[in-house]
Design a protein around this ligand. Sequence first.
Ligand SMILES: [Zn+2]
Length: 497
Amino acid sequence: MKELTRYKELIKEMKAYEYVMNVINWDSNTEAPRGSHERRAEMMAVIGAEYFKRSTSTEYVEVVEYLHQRIQKLDMTTRREIIRAKKALDKVTKIPQEEYIAYQTLLNLTQLVWEDAKHNNDYSSFKTNLAQIIEFNKKFIQYFNKADHPYNVLLDDFEDGMNMDKYDAFFDVLKKELVPFVKQILATKKEFKNPFETEKFPVDRQELFSQHLLDTLQFDRNRGLLKKSVHPFTWNTSPFDVRLTTRYQDDLAFSSIFATIHELGHATYEQQVDSKWANTLLAGGTSMGIHESQSRLYENTFGRSRAFWSYELPKLRKLFPKQLKELSLDDMVLCANKVQASLIRVEADELTYPLHIMVRYDIERMLFSNEITVEELPQKWNQLMQEYLGVTPPNDSLGVLQDVHWSAGLIGYFPTYALGSAYAAQIYYTMKQELDIEAQLSRGKFKKINLWLKKKIHQYGGSKSPEQILLDVTNEPFNPMYYVQYLKEKYTELYLK
Ligand SMILES: [Zn+2]
């Protein structure tokens, strides 16, 4: 089909523009001096406009429409790609341009409004913008999907195949099983030595340990690198260039260690995607949920395990002999898995984390079902925090204003974080049957673990849907009970025995 050949050529050209914009973004998030901001924005605007022109050109639209109408004639992978292309196209072409621009302007403005509101603990100065963002989203959804519940459209946007029914079932299990279990764990008031909360850990030594982690986890430095940034993230343009960042603060050594391992999970996924997808829309990890499942598998399941630290604690102690002199392996594992009913999501531990997500899911769901107004948000937030975690935020900065997501128009995104952890647990139980994970971790070996994940998940990139991946790997559709089982087994062992 000559249209398919032309489609591939057009995508390759757009990929080149994406490449340039990505490299500039990496630079601006890591190395670029502050003073370069305006000049960069000016140059980026030119490149961005060119990219937009190409991605909405008459030729491209016609080719995608042509292929979409003949989708049955395409092979399964190309079909998946064309569906993605059409979905993305609908979003830019069906929304009237002036509304789209007005929305982007609103988001830009809201960023600063939210920052000030959070800083001044002033929800009332933020709520009008938030209401406008929600209204825009409701309106936009009408343009390309009138039939479905608006929140379903947003949920599916962030995780292929997900909707309220599926998430409701998932969070209902968590409410029933985890809320009481968390209360039981918190009631133990377990005490242990925690030098990570009392000692200072010089940053230069933390950097050495992060570099050592790259080697332990077998990160390919020939196709990637590690830098620092305020907020850790993973960046890539293809499997040939995968970069990650972490942050260092001398009173937050734990934060750098686990941020590094978390981002290494994302980065390993990206490095192991088959390069044959690089010039297609199926490049990179398949969804937010599956991506997060990989980072959390590495960070929480492997990186916070006893087996892992039995190998790594002596190495960490060599770098920090004074700080860690008296820390036993038992206490180290407890430090890495300390349970706390915290107010802030990004500081939450593995066990309480999904409860923070539940608060956000409930609120988004109610907002898009018109069961609550932005006016009532802070009160609802506090009530749910009390219900799930047993704590009430003393102010909105530590409550409803804490996350950047809503101000950036990211609604329907939060649930993928919890879903990722639940996917990870389901994958873990299959992996455990086929591989002696503990034996690998206790010898600091990641080769077999990485290979297993490459073979089962990573190599496919976006060519399989999240549902398909889970089914192929675990022989079962998504089942949240693995997550509950995983958390209960782990935290019973640590806190109740
Ligand atoms: Zn992540």
